[in-house]
Design a protein around this ligand. Structure first.
Ligand SMILES: [Zn+2]
Length: 97
């Protein structure tokens, strides 16, 4: 299993700039829509955050790690990151499971 855990930089063709993207830690394909992915991590101290497609890939991660996972919608992750870096006063909320 590839564990990138951070956004990858994708060389952009034709636009003259690079862009950030995520790759699924299970199927290793680019996550082109964060609304269809989850960020997941094991509770406890500092740990890796895995980015996986919802459904089969999240289920596979759950089986591989064989532990309770905390998750947020991957599309909400940048909002939490901005908050935790002190770059916004907006307080994100966790969606009900
Ligand atoms: Zn996947």
């Amino acid at each position: 299993m590839s564990m990138k855990s951070i956004p990858a930089i994708i060389p952009e063709t034709g636009e003259g700039y690079s862009k950030f993207s995520f790759f699924c830690d299970i199927c290793d394909t680019q996550i082109d829509n964060l609304g269809r992915a989850m960020a997941a991590w094991e509770p406890g101290e500092a740990t890796d955050v895995y980015h996986v497609h919802k459904g089969k890939c999240l289920d596979a991660l759950d089986k591989i790690l064989d532990t309770y996972l905390l998750t947020v919608e991957a599309c909400d992750l940048p909002i939490f990151l901005l908050r935790d870096l002190g770059l916004t006063r907006y307080e994100p909320t966790y969606a009900a499971a």
